[in-house]
Write a protein that binds this ligand. Sequence first.
Ligand SMILES: Nc1ncnc2c1ncn2[C@@H]1O[C@H](COP(=O)(O)OP(=O)(O)OP(=O)(O)O)[C@@H](O)[C@H]1O
Length: 575
Amino acid sequence: MMINKRLIGLCEESKKYMILTVVANWIALLCNISIILWIGQFINKLIVHEEVSLLSMLSLILFLGGRFISNLYYGKFSALASENAKVRLRDQIYKKLLRLGTNYQQVDGTSSFVQIMVEGVEQLEVYFGRYLPQFFYALLAPLTLFVVILPYSFKAALILLISVPLIPISIIAIMKIAKRILKNYWKSYSNLGGTFLENLQGLTTLKVFNQDEERHQKMNQEAEDFRIMTMKVLSMQLNSINIMDLVAFGGAAAGTITALIQYSRGEILVGHLLIITLLSAEFFIPMRLLGSYFHIAMNGMAASDRIFKVLDAKEPEEVEKSTIKVEESIALENVEFSYDETRPILKQVSLAIKPTNLTAIVGESGSGKSTVASLLMKTYKVHKGNIKWGEVNFNDISSSQLYNHMTLVSTNSYIMGTTIRENLLMAKLNATDEEIKVALELAQLSEFVSSLKEGLDTPVGEGGNLLSGGQKQRLALARAILANREVMIFDEATSNIDIESEEAIWKAIHELAKTKAVLVISHRLVNVKHADCIYVMKQGEVVESGTHESLYANQSEYFRMVNKQNELEQVREVE
Ligand SMILES: Nc1ncnc2c1ncn2[C@@H]1O[C@H](COP(=O)(O)OP(=O)(O)OP(=O)(O)O)[C@@H](O)[C@H]1O
């Protein structure tokens, strides 16, 4: 019954605290039983006018104290069991996310991950801290009470013991329905979270297109679906609690009535009747409580399914068979790739990125240029063909080794919500002020940084939203320059930058190409005019390659593109 071995196995340290929780609870029960027995004996003695000894009074104080301390420790161990489990689970999910790396979105959406990490794990608090210890305690307690009541009334003890399993039976009966409802509940919750995050991120765009009202309605509908699901969960829980109460009170009443009959026949004393009546209630409390925890824990179980889905997600294979020789060229050899395995995106692509060279990829939108960059960064795996760095196949090197020698600046390079300095230091932790200054100058950002009151220590806001689009791109560029890798890929890295700054940046990129292997992807053909080799892509294929002069002389695809762009962009002549 919801004893998930895998989940428990993941949280080994919690086991110890769960056992201690059961022990503390059981000692509290023993103290409680002793107190009730004491009261029963006390009544019996009162009737026969017998005196209560001082020792007996002291023992009562001892039992009361024992119960108080055990309850205190019960709370403490229960909290430790759940805290430990939560830390362990979050740690596992976090490490998994790191291993998944840039592939994490292929497993689930961002908001889903946040929900699993925060809410999902939180839902398991009751499972570890309450439900599991209560499960074992609920087996132990009725047996203990059975043994205690047995000497007073065999019949009452037997009736009580037989009635107790009716509670777990009723729980099992509703479990099937509960599972289905909870699965839908989580699905609805996750949909709502995803829509909320997306709407929040795209709020400006929605407002610009006057679509905010429509989205508002859609979100209202999803919120309404979630409300209905929540109500279903609550009513299911309430109904099952009612059933459990019926069994618990009915069972306790049956035990008490049996004892009453025996008392009326003079088979037991009034004190014993009181003991049985008080202990009858105790008989059902643990199972009844287990039932209440059960529903909350069920929610946690549904969350754990999602946690396992993340933990079981296939990780990119990270083999480290070879070491890169940075002075060698990188080559794509007849590479084929598709995102969904149905629509081919790259077809037989071959190209080379050579050290101390500027290599460019140009081509119409959607021709697969950024996909080449993603494959070079090992975000995806090549389906057919090879990518090699010298003789070393990319499949034989880890991403971390690759990232030590290669960096990418793209239109969506992420700016962290810290300061300009911290964003830069991500690339090189021990960068000197001089190195930072040079990187900022090359990226045409130093003037802006000097104009800021807090300079490098200016916060840039979440995702760099306190900066302009161009400033963000320049900061990403400065960061890449500071990283100083042997291979640098610029994918539309200057698309948001004004022409004057752009020219200066392209000068810097050309300068970098004198010592590094630089790959640029740019729509503006004027920027790549002086590249050592330009690859022209069309519908996933490299249709031409060569220098600007040779390609232009070919009068083919590149020629057509240059002329078209010149027509549109008469301000700057390409040829
Ligand atoms: N993550 C993805 N999942 C599925 N399909 C994708 C994904 N990224 C890109 N594609 C598809 O792959 C094709 C090539 O996209 P890619 O971004 O490589 O083109 P591109 O030449 O860089 O285009 P652009 O110049 O507009 O940036 C497109 O048809 C696009 O729809």
